[in-house]
Design a protein around this ligand. Structure first.
Ligand code: FAD
Length: 388
């Protein structure tokens, strides 16, 4: 087991103390928005909406390992909540802290840390989610930019206050590499922005993903994050951390699935003995336990390297995201199997977890995209070695 500090153990207990009010288990569609707003208020009161905000701006400035520990605990009871907190903390706030001007940081960070405002991150578009398919444009006009186009499947788009919008601004010197820029958009107050209806999703219903449409939407130059053309650098920097924090969310779901399986196997009796004493089931649980140990060690080790600001963590972070998300799916599947037919009934939490876990190999970098990135690195390494 990973060697947590006393503070990290306290974080786990602190969040576990509110787990029952945060638990998302088949909430009726009409009540999802209200439930998630209340859950986020609880997270705000506990202080975790400011975990990636430095103390200087009103946050708690947790290191990445402590933050990953917190995300795991949230994901155990409410995967969508953990995902929203992750998007707010590591996809919106972290780039703002690193690339924002002092004026932007002074304006946004304290409201975000206090949980008065929620941030999200908008990259995906109907044509796909890689830089070649980006169609949202930001054209320079007097004192600002004009945004047009559509982002889709954006986490919490209908409720969040702010979003970081990835746009094509055209070459700013240096070709395609400097053709993209991020803008901070106020989703509720900006003319020219409309938000679509929340999509009906298979799981993670609380994320309430929706489209963000821009129709000749004017944004002031002050809302540009970093310099024009910094978009690709900002996204690479953001992914280095968020791939690990995404893994933390998948890990939390898998841990909950394992705990549900152990509980069920302990209470369910078949042929005169608890399920847990049946060798095949016992071995299944042991296999799940071993996988979880490996997932935990990899996730927390990478989070620790990020916390210690070690260099070149990007590939490790991608490996962890891929491995943990894929294995979490296997663990939820095994847990449902142990529940038998009851696992397929909505009364049982595993049914929710099984649906929630499925998106983790897709969002925040699909498994295929990560494999193709890693495959590219292997090819590059081999050709470099051959040249030596
Ligand atoms: C619950 C949820 C929350 C989300 N939240 C957000 C959010 O907050 N912000 C945001 O920007 N997006 C968000 N998304 C969108 C998500 O990130 C995308 O769905 C994901 O990146 C995949 O993009 P796509 O759906 O366009 O699939 P596509 O890119 O069309 O992929 C289709 C298939 O092709 C494969 N593929 C793609 N590229 C390659 C390649 N180079 N090599 C090999 N195979 C490839 C994919 O792996 C996949 O199997 C969310 C989605 C969901 C469902």
């Amino acid at each position: 087991m990973f060697n947590f500090t006393n503070d990290q153990v306290e974080i786990k207990k602190h969040i576990a103390g509110s787990s029952e009010v945060l638990r998302f288990h088949n909430i009726d569609g009409n009540n999802i928005r209200y439930f998630m707003e209340e859950a986020l208020k609880v997270v705000g009161r506990l202080g975790y909406l400011g975990m990636s905000v430095p103390e200087k701006y009103g946050g708690t400035g947790l290191d990445t390992l402590s933050a990953a520990t917190a995300l795991v605990e949230f994901a155990k009871v409410n995967a969508a909540l953990a995902h929203i907190v992750n998007a707010h903390s590591f996809c919106f706030i972290t780039p703002l802290v690193k690339y924002g001007s002092e004026k932007q940081k002074n304006f946004y960070l304290s409201q975000l840390a206090a949980g008065q405002k929620i941030g999200t991150f908008a990259f995906t578009e109907p044509d796909g989610s890689n830089v070649n398919t980006i169609r949202v444009t930001a054209k320079r006009i007097n004192n600002g930019y004009l945004l047009n186009g559509t982002k889709c499947m954006i986490t919490y788009a209908g409720c969040a206050d702010y979003a970081l919008i990835f746009t094509r601004t055209g070459p700013a010197g240096g070709g395609l590499e400097r053709s993209f820029s991020f803008f901070i958009a106020d989703l509720k107050q900006t003319e020219g922005i409309t938000i679509g209806k929340p999509e009906m999703t298979m799981g993670m219903e609380g994320t309430q993903i929706a489209e963000i449409n821009f129709h000749d939407c004017k944004v002031p130059a002050d809302d540009l994050l970093g310099r024009e053309g910094d978009g690709l650098e900002i996204i690479a920097d953001m992914l280095e951390t968020s791939r690990t924090t995404n893994a933390a969310v998948a890990l939390g779901i898998a841990l909950a699935a394992y705990e549900e399986a152990v509980k069920y196997a302990h209470h369910r009796s078949l042929n005169g003995k608890p399920l847990i004493q049946h060798p095949v089931i016992n071995a299944k649980l042991a296999g799940m336990y071993c996988k979880l140990q490996s997932m935990e060690l990899n996730t927390y080790y990478t989070a620790q390297n990020l916390a210690e600001k070690k260099k070149n963590v990007f590939t490790d972070s991608s490996v962890v995201k891929y491995m943990v998300a894929e294995t979490a799916k296997e663990i939820c599947d095994a847990s449902l199997q142990i529940h038998g037919g009851y696992g397929y009934i909505k009364d049982y939490f595993i049914e929710q977890l099984y649906r929630d876990v499925r998106i983790n190999t897709i969002m925040g970098g699909t498994s295929e995209t990560i494999l193709s990135e890693i495959g590219g690195l292997i090819t590059q390494k081999i050709s470099q070695e051959r040249q030596v």
